[in-house]
Design a protein around this ligand. Structure first.
Ligand code: 5GP
Ligand code: ZN
Length: 114
């Protein structure tokens, strides 16, 4: 089966700007940034979306957000604010089927998100 683009990036078969990695998680810069800071935080494990995560993945999901917050703090985003987003499925605009948290910052974001 063909590997997804994020699995290829995680396995260094495809280039990307990697900004963080540990044994479970990798974070990269988005190739088409929608804000001055736009990072993608993903598990090494290929989970297509939140739909496939189960109770056993709860610690991993928690760690994804802990890493997202760490990266946001590193970029001094915490006082002004920043946005974390997970798009799940076609109506939410998910285009890469490997679970990832967007970390967006450096500008004002509106609500509702549209
Ligand atoms: P989604 O639409 O699935 O929530 O988010 C996918 C994100 O991955 C998009 O923001 C898109 O710009 C980014 N993306 C897609 N392909 C690549 C790639 O090859 N490298 C990097 N760094 N980002 C990518
Ligand atoms: Zn994958």
């Amino acid at each position: 089966m063909n590997k997804c683009i994020f699995c290829k990036i995680i396995e260094r078969q495809q280039p990307a700007k990697i900004v963080y990695e540990d044994e479970e998680i990798v974070a990269i810069e988005d190739i088409r940034p929608q804000a001055p800071v736009h990072l993608l935080v993903m598990p090494r494990k290929h989970l297509p979306s939140l739909n496939e995560a189960d109770g056993a993945d709860a610690p991993l999901l928690g760690r994804l957000f802990a890493v997202a917050a760490h990266l946001a703090r590193e970029r001094q985003l915490e006082s002004r604010g920043y946005r974390t987003v997970i798009n799940n499925g076609p109506w939410a605009g998910q285009t890469v089927n490997h679970l990832h948290v967007h970390v967006l910052g450096g500008r004002v974001f509106h609500w509702p998100p549209g």
